[in-house]
Design a protein around this ligand. Structure first.
Ligand SMILES: NC(=O)c1ccc[n+]([C@@H]2O[C@H](COP(=O)([O-])OP(=O)(O)OC[C@H]3O[C@@H](n4cnc5c(N)ncnc54)[C@H](OP(=O)(O)O)[C@@H]3O)[C@@H](O)[C@H]2O)c1
Length: 262
């Protein structure tokens, strides 16, 4: 898919992967709509007032905020060419210890909002001319289910399944989909993994790549019109094992996990 001149909307684009994607799409000549909870975020100071960027408020944690934003978009007659559902949050820990209020919020942000926004965006896109794309930022956790990540992995598996089903449903339309099986990326969320999981799991071997490098790979996947992005490198092997030999994967994962503290 050609990116130049396209209108791209990215949720959670004030930092991390979202911000890197915003800059990468802009570099390709896209007109980028940075959607974020706080448009005054100082992380965005270097992008403010630069041609080709618009910063807009969108908190995806409530159905009402999503409805309000999407109604405004529809009423303004905006063109939407590429929509990236990127905003996300992490949960984790032994299931009996997890804060269920936080889990409800995570399911809303990581899964329900993705479904809600996609429903509205598809409604807009089918009425507009030209090729369109919806990109959903899932995770390797969506296909590789690790202990302590049970709730996060439930949401991300949902995003993968949702996007695959949607791909079939949209096949004869002007809209394509791209599911991102995102590996470890060096962002605030990646740093949170060791805080949340570190006392019961050896996470020292987890690797991460800079968000800017990852954004370049996503841009290539968009240009190549791929329907899924799968990471390369060493994470490929546990991913294959998780998919094709889940018992072996579970055995391997248990070597890094101890229910006891410390
Ligand atoms: N980093 C990784 O290793 C990794 C791996 C696999 C998948 N992912 C996925 O990649 C996506 C981006 O994560 P990241 O690594 O860039 O993490 P990050 O640096 O922690 O950024 C998360 C982004 O989501 C936004 N967000 C959270 N709750 C929101 C809400 N209610 N409404 C709007 N925005 C909200 C945050 O906004 P605030 O600044 O306002 O909090 C922030 O912009 C997530 O979906 C994550 O699950 C990340």
């Amino acid at each position: 898919m050609e990116i130049k001149g396209k209108h791209i909307y990215i949720t959670g684009a004030n930092r991390g992967i979202g911000r890197a994607l915003a800059k990468a799409f802009h570099k390709e000549g896209g007109f980028v709509h940075i959607l974020c909870r706080n448009p005054d975020d100082s992380n965005l100071d270097d992008l403010r007032d630069v041609d080709g960027y618009v910063i807009e408020r969108l908190d995806v944690s409530t159905s009402q905020a999503i409805e309000t934003f999407m109604n405004h978009l529809e009423d303004s007659g905006a063109t939407v060419d590429i929509w990236v559902n990127n905003a996300g949050m992490l949960t984790g820990g032994l299931i009996e210890d997890q804060d269920m209020d936080e889990v409800y919020q995570m399911i809303q942000v990581n899964l329900t909002a993705v479904i809600h926004l996609t429903s509205k965006v598809v409604g807009l896109m089918v009425q507009q001319q030209g090729s369109k794309k919806i990109i959903n930022n899932a995770s390797v956790s969506g296909v590789m289910n690790l202990p302590l990540a049970s709730t996060y992995t439930a949401a991300k598996s949902g995003v993968v399944a949702f996007t695959r089903s949607l791909a079939a449903e949209l096949e004869k339309t002007n809209i394509s989909t791209l599911a991102l099986i995102t590996p470890g990326i060096k962002t605030r969320m990646f740093d949170e993994i060791s805080q949340r999981y570190g006392d019961k799991m050896d996470v020292s071997g987890l690797s991460s790549i800079p968000p800017e490098d990852y954004a370049r790979e996503v841009i290539q996947a968009v240009k190549d019109d791929r329907d899924e992005y799968w990471p390369k490198g060493s994470v490929r092997w546990p991913l294959l094992l998780a998919q094709h030999a889940p018992k072996l994967f579970k055995l391997g994962a248990s070597r890094f996990f101890d229910r006891k503290d410390g």
